[in-house]
Design a protein. Sequence first.
Length: 161
Amino acid sequence: MTNNRLLQLLEQDCSMSTDQLAAMANMSEEEVKQAICQFEDDKTILGYKAIVDWDRTDREAVTALIEVNVTPQRGEGFDRVAERIYQYEEVESVYLMSGSFDLTVIISGRTLKEVASFVGERLAPLEDVTGTATHFILKKYKEKHLIFKPQEPSERELLFT
């Protein structure tokens, strides 16, 4: 049970120190260190990542969610085609879905044209892909439990009347 709490704490903020984690998970620092090592060794923890609000930077990027229909392979189901898709550099995430489509693919590119090119030239032509529908993310409000707050207007953006 304390391991689940530790994992929740790490998922919320992996930059906390071991003494902070120990206090919040009701564990000793040594237990926290050992648990984290075990989680990393057995791939329970796959990595650590910062969530960046790219809208607060000068980097231009477009993120798209692509619904993908595929033909599952005998004996392998959707795994083989999902593995082929997640090998592409542009692909951030791939999920097997229930409902009206099979896979959700999340990709990022510099422009709409770059994303459209990836879908049209690399994803859609794959042998087992039978259809795609692309949705562009216009604005992020919340991701991984973190809220994207609007920027406060700078003095230059304020209008005086």
